[in-house]
Write a protein that binds this ligand. Structure first.
Ligand SMILES: Nc1nc2c(ncn2[C@@H]2O[C@H](COP(=O)(O)OP(=O)(O)O)[C@@H](O)[C@H]2O)c(=O)[nH]1
Ligand SMILES: [Mg+2]
Length: 304
């Protein structure tokens, strides 16, 4: 009778959690956004921009990749950084794979070696990727890839650009191949685990980071206080507070004649309108919250 086995039915579903690891500025958040196809994790050139674990979800008919953007490794200095490091440690225990990202235009050094070591300790397969290929000559690509490979025992290695998308299709295929059988952890239309309010607060913080320097970015946090439909209006009203730690930082956020805050507001509004798909009235206030980085209750309120 029929000797041939019937072809397999639909492929079994695969899913898993993949952490993005790498020094500040390597392009981890940019990569998550690009793979997800939407901004779910904010991007800035300031270190320690990412304060909590942000999931970016990529769903297909056969796979679900949950990309975890996490804070950078650091020595805890206060309650905030302690919580951030705790998040990192917790994430490393729940992942199925990791992508170790190295900036193509920066010297590979001790920091990278340390992160590669931490990645190896998790025991999960690790893919190494040299990012920012758009800035590199063919020789530079080859040299950096060689050095990156030398940092550990990697599943595979890629040269990519999170900015232009170069090499990302290949990276995604390699990542999907590492996923175990598993369920859809998130509904197919969800791209992140953050609430709308959280994401809006983050978009505002991103703009505040861009226009501040030195210590100030670290002293900024944002909370959405109110979000509501106004009767008979075709926009959504959002009121948010930008918190700083010291009264001396307040004028920095405000700028001359309130101009800097206005700039933060109009930049953020554009992103929020894109996110919500509708018009937004954004009302921003700057508030001083003394030593909020050491305040467990306040950190909890911000979801940190
Ligand atoms: N030229 C170039 N810049 C990139 C690329 N990926 C990220 N960047 C930039 O590098 C900076 C840091 O990116 P970010 O994603 O915040 O890095 P993270 O700290 O690792 O999360 C930002 O200014 C990005 O625009 C890339 O592929 N090419
Ligand atoms: Mg980041």
């Amino acid at each position: 009778m029929a000797e041939e086995q019937p072809l397999q039915g639909p492929e079994p579903y695969r899913s898993g959690f993949v952490a993005l690891l790498g020094r500040p500025n390597a392009g981890k958040s940019t990569l998550v956004n690009r793979l997800v196809g939407q901004k779910v994790s904010i991007v800035s050139e300031k270190p320690q921009t990412t304060r909590r674990r942000v999931a970016g979800v990529v769903t297909s008919t056969t796979h679900q990749l949950v990309l975890l953007d996490i804070p950078g490794f650091q020595k805890p200095r206060d309650e905030l950084t302690q919580r951030m490091q705790h998040t990192v440690n917790a994430v490393l225990k729940e992942i199925d794979a990791a992508v170790f990202l190295v900036a193509g235009d920066e010297q590979i050094g001790k920091g990278d070696a340390f992160i590669a070591g931490s990645a190896a300790q998790t025991g999960v397969p690790v893919i190494v990727a040299v990012n920012k290929a758009d800035m590199l000559s063919p020789e530079q690509r080859a040299r950096q890839l060689d050095k990156a490979r030398g940092l550990g025992d990697f599943e595979s290695a890629f040269v990519i650009s999170a900015l232009t998308g170069e090499g990302l299709a290949e990276l995604r295929v390699a990542l999907e191949a590492l996923l175990p059988l598993g369920p859809r952890y998130f509904p197919g239309n969800e791209v992140t685990d953050q609430s709308e309010e959280d994401l809006i607060a983050e978009l505002i913080r991103e703009k505040a980071l861009r226009v501040t320097e030195q210590d100030v970015p670290h002293a900024v946090s944002v909370e959405v206080l109110e979000m509501e439909e106004r009767e008979g209006k075709d926009f959504i009203y959002i009121r948010a507070a930008v918190f700083v730690e010291r009264s001396s930082q307040r004028p920095i956020l405000l700028g001359e004649g309130g101009r800097r805050l206005k700039e933060i507001g109009s930049d953020a509004r554009r992103d929020i309108e894109h996110l919500l798909g509708r018009r937004v009235y954004l009302d921003l206030v700057v508030q001083v919250k003394k030593h909020w980085r050491r305040n467990p209750g306040f950190l909890g309120r911000l979801g940190l």
